[in-house]
Design a protein around this ligand. Structure first.
Ligand SMILES: [Zn+2]
Length: 69
């Protein structure tokens, strides 16, 4: 029995924060391009392998504060 057979590929990839294409719902695995700026922001550019739709996601990192998790 494989792990994929037990849990399903979609469920496994969702746990790693991979986005789904807003057009067709396919899960994307690797960003086409990633940019980091000095304010702590990270922008990922994605291109869907299934339908070719291109979109971007952005996250902001929290500043490090000693003693806080
Ligand atoms: Zn798509």
């Amino acid at each position: 029995m494989s792990i994929l057979g037990t849990c399903g590929a979609r469920q496994l990839t969702r746990n790693f924060g991979r986005p789904e294409c807003p057009k067709c719902g396919s899960t994307l695995l690797v960003a086409e391009k990633s940019e980091f700026n000095l304010k702590g922001g990270i922008r990922h550019a994605w291109s869907c392998d299934e339908c070719g739709h291109q979109f971007a996601t952005a996250i902001s990192l929290r500043p490090f504060v000693p003693g806080q998790i």
